[in-house]
Design a protein around this ligand. Structure first.
Ligand code: SF4
Length: 302
């Protein structure tokens, strides 16, 4: 398909924004962080958890987290190790430390309220470009390009005409996301949520549900006959046997323990000593585990 229609703003609204937002209005999942009572803190917590973790695994941890720490100041009062413990098996647990660090900064610098200003959000520790834009957009209805993996895939297919986006976000994708952003602030915020939901529910990585897609008629990749991915191999998500798996097993023992754990107990989680030591060292370096004298370990207290 000729790319020109997308460059015309009126055509873009008619062909892309209106159908995707209408689809979202009819099909969006009722998720707790989308309800008004979630507030900006609920949105922020969900955004940390949802990066790299599916919704169904996030839901129970999110609910527990928000009932235990309904405001940033509640979390900030706790030791960072409590955040790691409550993170449970969501994976990539450095996110728990970063969320704790953000809660401390929000409490110290912003009186306990998640800042509304995009620049102030971005200045919080542990908050990158994506999370700042997502919180500003979903919590405060602002106009920002929100580029997660789902949105990137929808744009790659519908607009650029390729099966998958590049492995890492490129300047061209950022530019495209800015170009595709609706003019009006409230429409832009709806568009961000709607395009993300379309990627999560219809235009997924494994299957594209073109038969129920609101923009199938104008999707560049579909109209081109769905040419196969020609870029570099896509990164796999292997887990078994990796250091990530060993780190997960070590942390699971420490999460369960409420007193320091001897090295010998940790040694039982993995048979291979070199990999086990490397995984434990990595956890200590990342601040997720605190070594104590006498070969004892615990989740971090500060
Ligand atoms: S038509 Fe198919 S490939 Fe194109 S955006 Fe919709 S679901 Fe994805």
């Amino acid at each position: 398909m000729d790319a020109e229609p997308w460059e015309d703003r009126k055509a873009m609204t008619e062909m892309l924004h209106t159908p995707v937002i209408a689809w979202f209005d009819a099909h969006a999942r009722d998720l707790p962080w989308r309800r008004p009572e979630a507030g900006p803190w609920g949105v922020m917590v969900s955004e940390f958890m949802l990066q790299q973790t599916p919704v169904n695994r996030v839901l129970p941890v999110y609910e527990e987290w928000l009932s235990r720490w309904p405001r940033p100041a509640d979390l900030a009062k706790e030791a960072p190790g409590e955040a790691v413990r409550a993170w449970g098996r969501l994976g990539y647990p450095r996110r728990a430390l970063r969320l704790h660090g953000a809660a401390v900064a929000i409490t110290e610098r912003h009186g306990g309220d998640v800042p509304t200003d995009h620049g102030q959000l971005l200045a919080l520790p542990g908050i990158g470009e994506y999370t700042a834009a997502a919180v500003a957009s979903f919590a405060y209805g602002q106009r920002h390009p929100v580029l997660d993996t789902n949105v990137r895939r929808v744009f790659a297919r519908a607009v650029t005409g390729v099966q998958y986006p590049p492995n890492a976000t490129t300047a061209a994708e950022r530019r495209l996301a800015r170009e595709l952003l609706p003019e009006s602030e409230s429409t832009a915020a709806r568009w961000a949520a709607a395009s993300m939901e379309l990627g999560a529910l219809v235009c997924t990585a494994k299957n594209e549900g073109c038969g129920r897609c609101p923009i199938a008629a104008q999707c560049a990749w579909r109209l081109a006959g769905k040419p196969e991915h020609a870029g570099p191999p896509r990164r796999g998500q292997t887990y078994a046997g990796t250091d990530r798996q060993v780190r997960g097993k070590l942390l699971a023992v420490l999460r369960e323990a409420h007193t320091p754990v001897p090295q010998g107990v940790l040694d039982r989680v993995w048979h291979e000593p070199v990999q086990r030591a490397r995984a434990l060292d990595g956890l200590v370096t990342d601040g997720l585990v605190e070594p104590l004298p006498g070969g004892l370990y615990r989740l971090p207290l500060s």
